[in-house]
Write a protein that binds this ligand. Structure first.
Ligand code: PXL
Length: 275
């Protein structure tokens, strides 16, 4: 059985980061080991939240695993809270990353803005973690901040490909830009797959609604697909379809909430598509 280690926060309520990665990876038939970086009462899109930093625990946990001689098929980092945590992740990549898929979702912003608590310095630091990753999955906000360029709401194919090349210039091997769009009504991803040395794209019908946590859903399915043996294009397509279905399920639910999507109700499709 394959095993993914995922490193991100626990937002106790809010359906993002670990509360999304854990059920999704498990439902894909892959073991999920977790390293929580912080505990929050909710994610940071709520007007108030508690935040307990767990940075101090990260190294002792990794040291214990080293003693136990455990290994992973993939290392997956998501929302991280500080430059110090980014440095710890680079150490983890060195210690556990030999021949192992290193997947970085530089979760730190959306719609042209960084999330609460992040600044330009943090974005630059995140760029140095992406530099040592095999696959990175930024949205255009995150890509722009990491590269220090202005965020453009409307981008054409040329612009996306330039951004991908710049991100590869940092050192990242494969790059998938999420939330990409080349025409009205279609939303998806544009990427570069280092294993085939070629660009690819995949789009679904755009659902005109924005919810929180969809990036984490996309990343968890995409990495699960890769670990299950899919190509980056096929894993990206599965992840995009699953994310779109999760949003659709939320809209169909009269009691659907603003803070996260009904990805749980899309899990049967995920299981079916992996058969
Ligand atoms: O979905 C990304 C994410 C993860 N974790 C926390 C967040 C966010 C986005 O706002 O606040 C705590």
């Amino acid at each position: 059985m394959k095993r993914i280690l995922t490193v991100q926060d626990i937002s106790c309520l809010g359906k993002c980061s670990l509360t999304v990665a854990l059920p999704i990876i498990s439902s894909m038939g892959i073991e999920a080991a977790v390293l929580p970086t912080a505990v929050l009462s909710t994610h940071t899109q709520f007007s108030r939240f508690t935040f307990r930093d767990l940075t101090e625990d990260i190294k002792p946990i990794l040291d214990h695993w080293k003693e136990e001689k455990v290994g992973f098929d993939a290392l997956y980092t998501g929302y991280l809270g500080s430059g110090e945590q980014i440095d710890l992740m680079k150490g983890m990549f060195r210690d556990f990353g030999e021949g192992v898929l290193k997947f970085v979702d530089p979760a730190m912003g959306d719609n042209g803005k960084l999330y609460a608590g992040f600044d330009m310095d943090f974005a630059k630091e995140m760029g140095t973690l992406c530099a040592v990753a095999d696959v990175i999955v930024p949205n255009m906000t995150e890509a722009s901040f990491m590269l220090g360029v202005k965020y453009e709401e409307k981008a054409n194919a040329h612009y996306y490909l330039d951004m991908i090349n710049e991100l590869r210039g940092l050192g990242a091997k494969s790059v998938v830009i999420t939330g990409a769009s080349l025409e009205d009504g279609k939303l998806g991803v544009i990427g570069y797959d280092d294993s085939t040395k070629s660009n690819f794209s995949y789009f679904t019908e755009e659902i005109k609604a924005r919810f929180h946590g969809t990036g984490d859903i996309y990343s968890s399915v995409c990495l699960g697909g890769l670990v299950a043996g899919k190509s980056l294009l096929d894993a990206s397509a599965l992840a995009a379809d699953f994310t779109a279905l999760s949003i659709q399920k939320t809209l169909e639910d009269e009691k659907g909430n603003w803070y996260g999507v009904n990805f749980e109700q899309a899990i049967p499709m995920l299981v079916e598509r992996l058969k």
